[in-house]
Design a protein around this ligand. Structure first.
Ligand SMILES: Nc1ncnc2c1ncn2[C@@H]1O[C@H](COP(=O)(O)OP(=O)(O)O)[C@@H](O)[C@H]1O
Ligand SMILES: [Mg+2]
Length: 244
């Protein structure tokens, strides 16, 4: 079997008035960790939404596991920026929040099975949150809630996990813990695509980078041929190996 997870070719997209992505190209294989960096408004979230089929490319293509999004969707998990904190009496427990993500698989009216509960518990285990399973989601700290949301994505056992700034607005200790969790998932073979405002952290965990330059062009690089100096050159818009 071919280990290709995603193949993006000549991807171009604009909102009504704003050209955002122009001929973006990259390819990832099982176990890759792609960090996406670039200034605010560069198009990072737009790219994530295109991959998740929430937006449609103007041209170019996105192949997932050698097929299209509809056929690959079971293999894809998503963690967004931390949602606004829940009100402390929001009526759902940690376990229910995670389990709800199994709805899509089962259909609304199928009862949960013992196996579902096991899946929920092992997802919570992966993020170190099993002991919180019966607590109300709103009673947890921001960092703990975000761990629950990672478990919510993991409960469907994705092979590719997309995360758009998953650690924004979370205290430093939790950011560290969450990055450790993500690193571990990646070490165990999960392919990760992650945007983050915190470039140094992302550099530490990624083996590939997609860098959006100031002028809206992108550069796709593998970490092994990259110095920090070169990254800042790319961020400053200096063309280094394409369209030089
Ligand atoms: N729904 C939208 N309609 C129109 N323009 C948008 C929309 N969403 C984002 N944009 C614009 O597209 C550009 C890229 O946005 P985004 O992908 O959110 O950037 P990033 O995630 O890198 O900060 C920005 O100029 C932003 O203002
Ligand atoms: Mg964004």
């Amino acid at each position: 079997m071919n280990n290709e997870v995603i193949n993006v070719e000549n991807l171009t997209f604009e909102y009504t008035d704003t050209a955002v992505l122009k001929n973006v190209n990259f390819k990832l294989y099982k176990g890759d960790f792609l960090g996406i960096i670039g200034a605010n408004g560069a198009g990072k979230s737009t790219l994530i939404k295109l991959i998740l089929n929430l937006l449609t490319p103007d041209s170019g293509k996105i192949e997932l596991f050698g097929t299209d999004f509809a056929k690959a969707r079971k293999k894809i998990g998503y963690v967004s920026q931390k949602a606004n904190s829940f009100n402390s009496d929001f009526p759902a427990t940690v376990k229910e929040v995670v389990r709800a993500n199994l709805f899509a698989e089962k259909g609304l009216f199928k009862p949960y099975t013992k196996k579902d509960d096991e899946k929920v518990l092992s997802a919570l285990e992966l993020v170190g949150m099993t002991q919180y399973r019966n607590k109300l989601i709103g009673s947890l700290s921001g960092g703990e809630q975000q761990r629950v949301f990672i478990a919510r994505a993991l409960v469907r056992e994705p092979e590719l996990l997309l995360m758009d700034e998953p650690t924004v607005g979370i205290d430093a200790k939790s950011v560290h813990d969450i990055m450790e969790i993500i690193k571990n998932l990646n070490r165990n073979g999960m392919t990760i695509i992650m945007t983050n405002h915190d470039t140094p952290t992302l550099l530490e965990v990624s083996n590939k980078l997609l860098i959006f330059c100031e002028h809206g062009y992108e550069e796709f690089v593998t970490m092994s041929d990259l110095s920090l100096e070169r990254i800042s050159d790319i961020l400053a818009g200096k063309r280094l190996h394409k369209h030089a």
